[in-house]
Structures are given as structure tokens and as C-alpha cells.
Design a protein around this ligand. Structure first.
Ligand SMILES: Nc1ncnc2c1ncn2[C@@H]1O[C@H](COP(=O)(O)OP(=O)(O)OP(=O)(O)O)[C@@H](O)[C@H]1O
Ligand SMILES: [Mg+2]
Length: 507
């Protein structure tokens, strides 16, 4: 920011100091003028008085001789040669008149000053006799003219003093205060513009010098701190990217783990129809070999042929049914597995997808004392991500089996979905198992929170549930639980997931 000339420290300082200087100079001028005036008055009065005394002495002889003519001449000469306006000669003798010379009309005015001196005659015996009084009148104003010149000189001197003081003060103020301050200001401005810290070059040991050396020390300290911060920031960034990588890997392995449990279950399930089919195929092969032998030896009877056809028909039916079951299981598994590994958005029927997921999870619960109950109304159509939805249900399901039903001889998992309005649906996944303490419940969604540390738990299952729900599905989830009262997860999911990205459905 550029300062206005009026806002600079220098001008503000001068504005404050100027009136003081001015008043001091004025005070000196007035005081000196006063004394000068008094002195001038005194010396003027003294001069006029001396002149009066001299005149009195000069007039002694003519007055004694009663020479009025000479007296008048002396008075006239005195009047011509000076600034006297009127001269009066008052004689003690009755025969000689009062002599007045000059402008003696208005002598009572305040502007007229009167001086007088007695005319004393000393006779041969040295006795003094008063012959009269001589009066001299001058104008008061005439004194001003005599001191005006001095006053002008004095004013000029005061003015010079005033200006010199201002210049000296301004220069001193600049060199001791403004210059170091402006260097600090330049250093700060340079830092603002370029981000570089340049120390200020100033050598004095006064307060400002100390301030500037503190400033320089702080600059150096800030540079060090900044370098440390940069290093720490770099380390943090590296650590963060490693953490993110580790998190991605963990999430991936978490997904793969739940997929692995699906694979194990489905493999077990498919084993049954495939085993049945194999047995039937072996039986078919046996009876076919037997009938071939009968044909070769010509011992084939009609009843044997009928029984063979009947067995083959029955075997085909069994094979068909078992292979159909296996195919269905593989189809469902394929849907769920592809959904869970691809995270693709598509339009799907909620009930159908949940049924497929439950179907693939069923083998995990089939031979346990636990039950699963699903209540999803038909025809809820979603435009969302079935993979993450399946992942959420699988994780909750696994948690119930692992934690909720640990040590239990019976238990029920419930999955319930309902439309809230045309934009949202509610999905509730609950169990009636061991439940959690309030402290566990509070941390349940935190990454790496697990009560099974060292027993296969990584503490990412519910965190993944939370992240998938709130990010990719665009919904919310909260958890309610009490010890021995089971766990309930309440989801609120949008019918249409957020995000512009949309891919076509797949087979
Ligand atoms: N249905 C449940 N019943 C009781 N406790 C549960 C239930 N679900 C989760 N928990 C508790 O919450 C903790 C965190 O669950 P989460 O799924 O995040 O991690 P985990 O199951 O321990 O490990 P991972 O799922 O990563 O293998 C569990 O360790 C468990 O103590
Ligand atoms: Mg878990």
C-alpha cells in the first residue's frame, strides 16, 4: 500500500512540531520586540531630555540678557534640526513673554510627549537663579519609526531561526528514525512480493538498532522454521501417500477377503449338484457298459432294454436338475462377484440383487444354527452401484457371524428394505447377537478399530461400509447397539446414486 504524503511519519512529526516551533519563535520575537521597544523609548526620551537640558543651558545667556530675538532664533534652530513639534519658553520675569515655536496647538493629546528643563543662571558669587523653564514636545509615534528597522531585522532572524530549526529537525529525524524504519518496510515489502527474507542493514546501538537486530534475528529464525516446515510437509505428504496406498491395498484385500468367503461357500454349494451329477454319470456309464455287453453277446432282452431306458431317463432328469442348480449358483455368484469387483453403476431391481447376494451367502449359514430373514418389497428399482451394496451386506453378514453370534447357539439376521419416499429408501441390517458396548459402538466406523486384533480382524469392514455408503452410494448410515441386544445398522440410500458417471449394465 502506498502512503499519502500526509500519512508519512516525517510529515506527521513535522505537523506536530511545527506549531511548537512557531509559537516558540513568536514568543522570542514578541519578548525581544518588547524589550527593544522599551530600550528605544528610554534612549529616545533620554536623548530628548539631554537636548532639552542643552537647550536650557544655551538659553541661559539670552534669557538673562532679555534678548527675545536671540532666544527665538535658538528655539527655531532647535526646532528645524530635530523631530520636535513644539518648543515653549516660559520665563520667570513678567516683562518677557511666553515664547512658543512649532505646532503648539494640540499639546494635550496622548501622542505628544513633554520634556522640560529649568533655565538656571549662576552669578559671579556662584548663586543660582531660576530664569524660567524650557518645554520640548515630541510625537510619541516618532519612536516607532526608529525601532521599525530593528523589528524587521528581528523578524527576519526569527524566521531564519524557525526554518533552520525545521530543516535540522527534519534531517535529524530522517537519518535517525525514518531511514531505518523505511529499510524495515522495504524488507517486508520485498518479502511480500518475492517471498524472500532480506535482513536490514543498520548499525546503531540505540533502541531502533536493537529493534532491527531483533527483526533480523527473527527473519533468520523464520527462514529456518520455514525450511523445517517444508521438510516436515514433504515428509507428511510422503507418509500420506504411503498411507493412502496402504489403505487402498487394505480395502482391496478386504474386498477380496469377502469375495474369498463367497468363493469358499459357493464352491461348497456347487460341489453337491456336481457330485450328484458325477455319481449319476458314473451310474449311466455302468448301465451303458452292461447293456453293451448284453447287445454284443446277443443276450439283450426287452425287459432289460426297458429298464435301461427307464434308468437313462431318470439319470437324465437328475443330471439336468443338478446341473441346472449348479448353473444357477454359478450365474448368481458371477453377478455378485462381477458387481463387487467392478463397482459399476447400473439400473437394477433391489430385491433381485439382494436375493442373489443372500443366495451366495447362504452356504456360509446353511449348516449353522443361525437363520437369515429377508424382507424386501418387489419392484424397487435403483440406479446405483450393486457391487458396493453387495459388499456392504456381505461385510455386515460376516460381522454378525464372526462377532455377533460368537459363542451363540442360535441367532437371526434380518435384512429389511422399504421406500421412504420417491428419492430414498431405508435398508436395515440387524442381528440379535452379542451387540457392542457404547464405547465400541462409537468407534465402530473408525478405520482399524477391531476387537479381533491378532485373530484375523483388520478393523476395516465397517469403515468400508461407512465409506461406500456415504461416498459412492451417496447415503447415510448409523449404528445402534447394546451389549447382548444385537446390532442394527440403519441405512438411508438414494434411489439414484450421485455422480454423473454411468455405465451400461452387463451380463
Ligand atoms: N454384528 C456385530 N456384533 C457385534 N460386534 C460387532 C458387529 N459388527 C462389528 N462389531 C464390532 O465392531 C468391530 C469393527 O468391525 P469391523 O468389521 O470394522 O472390523 P473387524 O470385523 O474386526 O475386522 P475386518 O472386518 O476388517 O476383518 C469388530 O471388531 C467388532 O468388535
Ligand atoms: Mg468385519
Amino acid at each position: 500500500m502506498r502512503l499519502k504524503p500526509n500519512d508519512t511519519v516525517n510529515s506527521r512529526f513535522l505537523l506536530k512540531i511545527l506549531p511548537a516551533f512557531f509559537l516558540v519563535s513568536l514568543f522570542f520575537l514578541v519578548t525581544l520586540s518588547y524589550f527593544e521597544l522599551n530600550n528605544a523609548k528610554k534612549s529616545h526620551n533620554q536623548l530628548v531630555q539631554e537636548k532639552t537640558d542643552n537647550l536650557a543651558r544655551l538659553l541661559t545667556e539670552p534669557v538673562w540678557q532679555l534678548s527675545t530675538k536671540l532666544s527665538v532664533n535658538i528655539l527655531k534652530t532647535t526646532l528645524d534640526a530635530s523631530d520636535i513639534i513644539c518648543i515653549k519658553l516660559e520665563q520667570d520675569s513678567d516683562i518677557t513673554p511666553l515664547i512658543m515655536e512649532g505646532e503648539c496647538n494640540d499639546l494635550s493629546s496622548e501622542e505628544v510627549l513633554e520634556f522640560n528643563s529649568p533655565i538656571i543662571y549662576l552669578d559671579l558669587r556662584n548663586t543660582s537663579r531660576s530664569l524660567g523653564i524650557v518645554y520640548l514636545y515630541t510625537k510619541n509615534a516618532t519612536q516607532w519609526s526608529s525601532i521599525t528597522k530593528q523589528l524587521i531585522t528581528l523578524t527576519a532572524l526569527s524566521l531564519t531561526l524557525f526554518i533552520t530549526l525545521i530543516i535540522i529537525t527534519s534531517v535529524a529525524f530522517r537519518s535517525t528514525i525514518i531511514t531505518p524504519l523505511s529499510r524495515v518496510s522495504k524488507s517486508l515489502k520485498y518479502y511480500r512480493q518475492t517471498g524472500q527474507r532480506v535482513p536490514v542493514n543498520w548499525d546503531s546501538t540505540d533502541e531502533l538498532g536493537q529493534l532491527i537486530s531483533n527483526y533480523n534475528r527473527n527473519l533468520a529464525r523464520q527462514t529456518e522454521i520455514e525450511a523445517d516446515l517444508k521438510e516436515a510437509h514433504l515428509k507428511t505428504e510422503n507418509a500420506l501417500s504411503s498411507l493412502k496406498e496402504a489403505q487402498t491395498n487394505l480395502i482391496h484385500s478386504e474386498k477380496m477377503a469377502s469375495l474369498g468367503s463367497l468363493v469358499a461357500g459357493i464352491a461348497h454349494e456347487i460341489n453337491t449338484p456336481l457330485g450328484n451329477s458325477l455319481t449319476v454319470a458314473t451310474t449311466v456309464s455302468d448301465i451303458t457298459r452292461n447293456i453293451s455287453k448284453d447287445i454284443e453277446s446277443g443276450a439283450l432282452t426287452k425287459s432289460a432294454l426297458d429298464s435301461f431306458i427307464e434308468s437313462i431317463t431318470e439319470a437324465s432328469t437328475i443330471l439336468e436338475r443338478n446341473l441346472e442348480t449348479a448353473a444357477k449358483q454359478i450365474r448368481n455368484f458371477k453377478n455378485v462377484a462381477v458387481d463387487q469387483t467392478s463397482e459399476k453403476r447400473r439400473k437394477f431391481d433391489l430385491k433381485q440383487v439382494i436375493d442373489e447376494i443372500i443366495y451366495t451367502l447362504n452356504p456360509l449359514i446353511k449348516h449353522t444354527p443361525f437363520d437369515i430373514e429377508v424382507s424386501v418389497p418387489p419392484d424397487i428399482s435403483l440406479d446405483s452401484y450393486p457391487g458396493p451394496l453387495g459388499q456392504i451386506i456381505t461385510n455386515c453378514f460376516n460381522n454378525t457371524l464372526l462377532h455377533g453370534f460368537e459363542g451363540k447357539s442360535s441367532g437371526l439376521i434380518r435384512i429389511e428394505a422399504n421406500l421412504i419416499n420417491e428419492k430414498y429408501l431405508s435398508l436395515i441390517i440387524s442381528d440379535n447377537g452379542n451387540g457392542m458396548s457404547p464405547a465400541e459402538c462409537e468407534k465402530a466406523f473408525d478405520p482399524f478399530f477391531t476387537t479381533k486384533l491378532g485373530y484375523g480382524g483388520s478393523g476395516l469392514g465397517l469403515n468400508l461400509v461407512y465409506n461406500l455408503t456415504t461416498t459412492i452410494l451417496g447415503g447415510t448410515v448409523d449404528i445402534n447397539s447394546k451389549i447382548n441386544m444385537g446390532v442394527t445398522l440403519n441405512f438411508k440410500l438414494p434411489i439414484s446414486a450421485p455422480g454423473a458417471h454411468r455405465t451400461q449394465g452387463y451380463v
